[in-house]
Design a binder for this molecule. Sequence first.
Ligand SMILES: [Zn+2]
Ligand SMILES: [Zn+2]
Length: 249
Amino acid sequence: MKIKFLGTSHGVPEADRFCSCTMIEAGGRLYFIDAGAPITDLVIRSGKRIEDTKAIFTTHAHGDHIGGLIGFVDLANWFFKETSADIYMTESAPISAINAYIEAVGHVLDTNRLRFNVIDENFVYQDENLKVTAFPTEHLNRDSKRRPSYGYVVEADGKRIVFSGDLSIHLKHGDFPKAVLEEDVDLFICEMAHFNIKDVTQYLERCKARDVRFNHIGYMETFEAIEALNGKYKFPVKIVRDGDEISFD
Ligand SMILES: [Zn+2]
Ligand SMILES: [Zn+2]
């Protein structure tokens, strides 16, 4: 299994960071956690085939996590016709919007090849290459309204990786992923756009991950402050940037 970070920025892209998108290669197929970056362009620039895409798992319906989907679906629909992919969304409204866009540019979405699904908190995906299990987060639990958002546990080749998804402001809902507090995981990829080091320290002290990488770093904390955490825990703490790869082969 190989992971490539196609986009590691927070809500807004920067000169050297696209918004959230991580590509996972397993069994010769491509999987994605979030599609906030121009995913089609970046797959092609990575020398990979769009047609090898098997599934896209989105964490929640914010533009920095799903904004690249429209372009992907459009091209996979009318041009890369061998593409057959499952696209997992957290709400149905963006699916209707993408459908409307495909119609607006003069096409009809081939729903046999590009299959949208809305997940819930019991979501588990499993195929011959990997298993993906969702867990709920409280990122969109605001002002007494709650919309769904998720993180994911990805298991492949005997490895276990946790993607935090986006979490609550200052972690005030205590939604730091239980999976990394209760079980051994090989890699924990954690956002840092909605809280700072002070908020996360109590959880890092109990974290059982063997390797922690922060992405989605926003305005609350500097890169230098996060890098200074490395060496303080049993696991390395690093920052991931666009283009970084982690290989488990
Ligand atoms: Zn975000
Ligand atoms: Zn968000």
